[in-house]
Design a protein around this ligand. Structure first.
Ligand SMILES: *Cc1c(COP(=O)(O)O)cnc(C)c1O
Length: 384
């Protein structure tokens, strides 16, 4: 049976993974090697140097390509490496349109690194405006993140793709699928050209790796992006590649549980008298709930909410939680909680943060896979 015809749970366990031909080991070995012996100059078994390719990484790439139903995948040293490689694909004078509420590190890379090399980025409100309000004749890349971070806005991928692909020259449309994970959202099927993952988050799922991946279908793009990666580096080591590969096998189980728990907590928080407002795409009160229902198979494990009060209220609450760990990042089996204005989104200029609504009372949680009653009690006790 062809793995491509299988359902997601099966793909997560089997795609890219074959027993080792020399020993029969069922698990992919960690090929800790930088170089490969050649039988005669230029003749080798597909590997000559590990920046170019490594068998453990090859297995991971096939696995992630399978999850996104994509033809090609490049596994990377981090999610930000993926953003950087795509920027290297551009030239000085090119223009990028990015979702405004974008991951802080992505915004930082566009504003403080690539702007210096002549690539200009416009941050766009693609919930309330059309892409055409922002594009220019030199627009070469459209950057979508959905759900956005930390405000969990939902961008209609299909709508943006349709508008983008009518333009000439045609910009590439990238979707950062880190928050939804391929279990809940398939951007390539909605017409996106490239999917980016910070595998640091849900794909690895155990908060013990920093990694990234790009997935796409176009053969030309494969040659160009691999050329950039091979030229600049940015590859994951074999041990990191192996850890992500291991994490992916339980992705379906974990995502299902993350979502079940998040739904319970979002509803509890929405009822709580000390909470001003809850943002979770699965709640009927979410302004783009209908788009989320159409484009996602589920609503994920991230919740954002506003406390009634001020910064002191937030600090007090964040110091009182016990099970939720006060830490940046997301997508691990353990529940995390954080204060975006001071922590993950500190690199965004204060003025922009305020305009977006990332206030001092905004809290973001990454709901883990623990017992949901324990998680609920932890939040209730901390809220007081
Ligand atoms: C973490 C994250 C990134 C960056 O990934 P790193 O692995 O930290 O480099 C990009 N996008 C989103 C949505 C993220 O959460």
């Amino acid at each position: 049976m062809d793995i491509k015809e299988c359902k997601f749970e099966t793909i997560a366990v089997h795609a890219g993974v074959q027993p080792d031909p020399t020993t029969g080991a069922i698990m992919t070995p960690i090929y800790a090697t930088s170089t490969y012996v050649q039988s005669t100059p230029g003749e080798h078994k597909g590997y000559d140097y590990s920046r170019t390719a490594n068998p453990t990484r090859t297995a991971l790439e096939a696995s992630i390509a399978g999850l996104e139903s994509g033809k090609h995948c490049l596994a990377l040293s981090s999610g930000c490496t993926g953003t950087d490689i795509l920027c290297h694909f551009l030239e000085a004078g090119d223009h990028v349109v990015s979702v405004d509420d974008v991951y802080g590190g992505t915004s930082r890379l566009f504003r403080t690194v690539w702007a210096r090399h002549g690539v200009e980025t416009t941050f766009a409100d693609l919930v309330n405006h059309n892409l055409s309000d922002y594009v220019r004749p030199n627009t070469k890349m459209i950057w979508i993140e959905t759900p956005t971070n930390p405000l969990l806005k939902i961008i209609d991928i299909e709508k943006v793709v349709q508008q983008a692909h009518k333009l000439s020259p045609k910009p590439i449309v990238v979707v950062d699928n880190t928050f939804a994970s391929p279990y809940f959202q398939s951007p390539l099927a909605l017409g996106a050209d490239v999917v980016l993952h910070s595998t640091t988050k849900y794909l690895n799922g155990h908060s013990d790796v920093v990694g990234g991946a790009l997935v796409f279908n176009d053969d030309n793009l494969k040659a160009k992006l691999h050329h950039i990666q091979n030229s600049i580096g940015g590859v994951p080591g074999p041990f990191d590649a192996w850890l992500v590969l291991r994490g992916i096998k339980t992705l379906a189980l974990r995502m299902k549980r993350h979502e079940e728990n998040a739904k319970v907590l979002a509803e509890m928080l929405e009822r709580h008298p000390k909470v001003e407002r809850v943002i979770y795409p699965g709640l009927k009160s979410h302004p783009q709930h209908d788009v989320a229902k159409r484009q996602m198979k589920g609503f994920g494990g991230m919740i954002t909410f506003f406390l009634k009060g001020n910064l002191a209220t937030s600090r007090n609450f964040l110091e009182r939680v016990r099970l939720f760990a006060l830490a940046e990042s997301l997508g691990g089996v353990e529940s995390l909680i954080e204060h975006p204005a001071i922590m993950t989104h500190a690199s965004i200029p204060a003025e922009t943060r305020v305009k977006l609504g990332i206030s001092d009372t905004l809290i973001r949680i990454s709901v883990g896979i623990e017992n949901v009653q324990d998680l609920q009690r932890d939040l209730e006790l901390a809220l007081g």
